[in-house]
Design a protein around this ligand. Sequence first.
Ligand code: DGL
Length: 272
Amino acid sequence: MNIGVFDSGLGGLTVLKELTRAFPEYHYIYLGDTARNPYGTRSKETITQYVREAASFFFEQKNCELVIVACNTASADALRAVQQTYLPTLASPTKRILGVLIPTAEAAVAATKNKRIGIIATRGTVSSAAYLREIGKLDPKISVYQKATPLLVPLIEEGWATRPETRSILKKYLRSLKDAAIDTLILGCTHYPILEKDVRRIMGKQVQIITSAAATHGRLDDYLMRHPDLANTLSTEGGVEYFTTDDPTRFSDLGKRVFHGNMGTVHRVELA
Ligand code: DGL
């Protein structure tokens, strides 16, 4: 059985990279829904439908036992609905879908000392208030400061991550979070680890940076230990198969150039 990793596009490669580094023995199926992204500006209903279709691809066609929704926007908006309405329709009760949002929130709560956490994310993730809810459940005394940063995904995908224009936009976006004296900042979008160095430079050494990529693999380790029934079903042949809903050439070019993912053949798939 395989592990599925799902993202609206290429950003989830940052999560896949950490997973393959931490657990090289497992076999991964990566799917980027590049034909329908960005998800960050879509409604909750639409994203839920897309995630449901992706889940069906992983579980019903690709022999997955576990699916990780690497996309923050999809984790925020659709995960619970798909867990509650889609998983029970499958014959196997051991199949699971996990998101990145809760592990990321937990990592941030564990890291903060002054109880002031900042988040940068897509508009969809920010307006869902999912991080506010999850952090509030873990520690209601923590103050959370969110900032929607919708220009960052297109700039990164354009290969502009290291341009001075991007740095100056990032600086503007981060100003209110700097003023809020946060000591922990969540990079609440799969793409943002690409900008991590600049974020660190702008925020200063005293601010800890939390990425979904790092938070998720730590949590998966723990999860698989607690669920040996699931862990025992996973194939240990290693390797990754890549799928996209749009042009495979563009996917692998951008994947190599921007996300440093070294892919073999990328397959095109239609979700419905
Ligand atoms: N991958 C999405 C996320 O983590 C961002 C890209 C998009 O808007 O589709 O939030």
